[in-house]
Design a protein around this ligand. Sequence first.
Ligand code: GDP
Length: 461
Amino acid sequence: MIDNQDTIAAVSTPQGRGALGIVRMSGPKAISIARRIFSPKGKKDVLSISSFTLNYGWVKTNGSVIDEALLSVMRAPKTYTREDIVEISLHGGMVSLQKVLELCIRNGARLAEPGEFTKRAFMNGRIDLAQAEAVCDIVNARSQCSHRAAVQQLVGHLSNRIGRIRDDMAEILAELETAVDFPEEGIQFDSREEILRKVGHIRGECEAILATFETGRIYKEGLTVVIAGRPNVGKSSLINAMLRENRAIVTEIPGTTRDIISEEVEIKGLKVNLMDTAGIGEAKDKIDAIGIQKTMDSIESSDLVLIVVDLSEGISDDDKQIVTCIRDKKSIIIANKKDLPHKVREEEIGNALGKDIPIIKTSALLGEGIEEIEDLIYRMFIQEGISEKESPVITNLRHKEALQNLREALLKAERATKHGMSEEFIACDIRDALRHIGEITGQTTTEGILDIIFSKFCIGK
Ligand code: GDP
């Protein structure tokens, strides 16, 4: 437990009007400060209030009431920060909240820095760094998938797996260090092959976690899906059908969508950023040319392209050119206007545009085929089962980098073992590996890095 002499205070609910607002304090003086500013109903003394109880009363200054409130008292060590915590629940106006916060500060608290409550939970050993980061991710989650990944991290899926890897490495290190310290004592050590096998096994574990980052990134940030196709094939109508509302402008004049319209939808809990683009075709004027360039740029940075073609018109050279522009991007052909007489059959589309690209027939006008598109998008990017039970999915670039460094250190240890180098050298690489894995859970993270991590939190968290 670190010795935090000061007591911190912050408004923990969002700025602005709300039905309720909470001022939170944590630290050794939290309860005594609450006693000075809060008058409980009846003759109760705040100092003798039991832990984890809600108490009705008024916040007062110099005898005048600031607001009617509920005070919750949580006594150390079984609290969020492992320190004494009080929360004062007020009517949600900013004036009440600011006044009560000022009162806390006037009576001896200090304004909390962003994430400082959670930082104390970490510093006091209640959660590790990966779990603290998960708290921030839960607050910022904008889709079911990002929320689920963050909750899994908070409950400890990643921390537990990392903990097991760390224990295995510590065991190898202990062996190696004993071999260095007592070379002639006749103790039975692991053979070189055994060390190699163990280190290789750990590297495999590390690589398996690293491989989840792509899915993790999609969980956290969502997918960017570009809708491309020549003018008038039904791109705007498709985006409207996927949004299930009318946002993009649909007209019969080709080339209406000159700018890129970007909309967010959730597909099976996954955040998807849909981008309706200008048609890729011959630019008739300067604005057209800019639009086409923008389309090309957004295709470049997207995760998936929906290539829309018109079944009632068949496949043209422009359609083929679009597919050429998209090259190796993941894509789906949306054969639209299936409600009209077809000029082209499905296999002809495949022959013309590429047999490997999946085709889905739709009528954007009637909203048909939309669920098939959604199912396929989900299946293309989310490996079933990856989010299940104990297997962690990493979503954080910092964790990915630490795991990459860990893998490098393990590879070095394997090379040193293979080349018959002394135990001392191998131990040095394993120590390096332990330092990198400790960065994920926070055992070996520097103060500077911690400051950067917690500065991303909101005040009061
Ligand atoms: P964009 O230029 O590719 O964005 O195409 P729009 O979405 O603006 O659609 C062009 C025209 O095709 C409009 O008149 C739409 O109503 C019509 N359209 C779009 N999708 C369909 C469809 O599935 N069936 C039919 N019959 N018409 C459609």
